[in-house]
Design a protein around this ligand. Structure first.
Ligand SMILES: [Zn+2]
Length: 273
C-alpha cells in the first residue's frame, strides 16, 4: 500500500514536471511568434508612416488637363436617347428653321399674348442674318436649340470632326448675337439622327432633342389641318414640332392660337430648360 502510494505520488510529480515543461516550451514559441511583430520604438518618437509603394506602370501619367464634363442629361425615348417627351405632364412647343424675319416675330407675338414659352431650334446661317431675332427670343424667355449651320440633312453621316465644326460654328454665331447664351439642345435637321451626331452634341453639352408630334406643317399650309394634327396627336409630355422658318409659315401661325389654347387647358405648356 505504501509502495502504491509512493508510485502514485511519483507519477503525479512526473506529470506535473512534464506539464510545466510543455508550458515553458509553449511560452517560448509564443514569445518567438510575437517577436516577429514589429514593436513601437522604445524612444516614444512617432515614426512617419511608410511611403506607399509606387510602381511606375500602375501610375497613369496625365497628358492633359481634362475639361469639366457637362453634367449628364436624362436619356429620352427618341432615337439614340434623344428627347421625345418632356418627362412631365406639360407639353413643350418647339419651332424650327428660323429665325425668319417675317414669321419668327409673329410667332413670338402669339406666344407673348398667350404667356407661353417655347424652344427655338435655330439655323446658324439664319442667325448670322438676323441676330436681333435671337436676342428677342432670349429676351422674352424662350429656350435656344442648335439646328445646324445650314440645315444639312446629311450632317450626321459626316465625320465627327465635321459635325463638331458645324455645331460649334452655329453656337459661336448664336453667342455673337447673345454672349453667354445657354444652348442646351441640338436637333438634327430632318430628325436624321446618327450615333455620331448625338455623341458630338452631348460632348458639346447639348441634349439631342427629338419630337413626339409632327403635324408636317412644312408641307401643308392649312391651319385647320395643322391644328387638328397637333391637338389630335398630343398626349401628356409631348414635344411638339412646328416651324417658324424655311418657307411660308402662314398656316402654322394661324394654327397657333387654337393649338396653344387647347394644349394649355389639357396639359399645360412648359418650356424645356
Ligand atoms: Zn429643320
Amino acid at each position: 500500500m505504501t509502495r502504491r502510494v509512493a508510485v502514485a505520488a511519483a507519477l503525479v510529480v512526473l506529470t506535473l514536471l512534464v506539464g510545466s515543461r510543455w508550458v515553458t516550451n509553449r511560452s517560448a514559441v509564443l514569445a518567438n511568434q510575437r517577436s516577429t511583430v514589429p514593436t513601437a520604438p522604445a524612444t516614444g518618437v512617432a515614426q512617419p508612416p511608410p511611403a506607399p509603394e509606387v510602381t511606375p506602370s500602375s501610375t497613369p501619367v496625365p497628358t492633359h488637363v481634362a475639361a469639366p464634363k457637362p453634367k449628364p442629361k436624362r436619356a429620352g425615348s427618341g432615337p439614340f436617347g434623344s428627347l421625345r417627351t418632356t418627362g412631365r405632364k406639360q407639353v413643350a412647343l418647339t419651332f424650327d428653321d428660323g429665325p425668319h424675319p417675317v414669321w419668327t416675330p409673329q410667332v413670338l407675338d402669339r406666344l407673348k399674348t398667350a404667356n407661353v414659352k417655347a424652344t427655338f431650334c435655330v439655323v446658324g446661317s439664319q442667325v448670322r442674318k438676323h441676330p436681333e431675332l435671337v436676342r428677342r427670343i432670349v429676351r422674352e424667355g424662350h429656350t435656344l436649340c442648335n439646328h445646324s449651320w445650314n440645315h444639312e440633312l446629311d450632317l450626321g453621316t459626316k465625320s465627327v470632326k465635321e459635325i463638331k465644326a458645324n455645331l460649334e460654328l452655329t453656337n459661336n454665331e448664336i453667342r455673337k448675337a447673345v454672349p453667354n447664351a445657354k444652348i442646351a439642345y441640338f436637333r438634327h435637321p430632318g430628325g436624321k439622327w446618327t450615333a455620331n451626331a448625338v455623341s458630338v452634341a452631348r460632348s458639346l453639352g447639348m441634349q439631342p432633342l427629338d419630337w413626339d408630334v409632327d403635324p408636317r406643317d412644312w408641307e401643308i399650309k392649312d391651319a385647320k389641318v395643322i391644328g387638328s394634327r397637333v391637338i389630335g396627336g398630343a398626349r401628356s409630355g409631348s414635344i411638339i414640332l412646328m416651324h417658324d422658318g424655311g418657307g411660308d409659315r402662314k398656316g402654322t401661325l394661324s394654327a397657333c392660337p387654337n393649338v396653344i389654347k387647347n394644349l394649355k387647358t389639357r396639359f399645360g405648356i412648359a418650356p424645356l430648360r
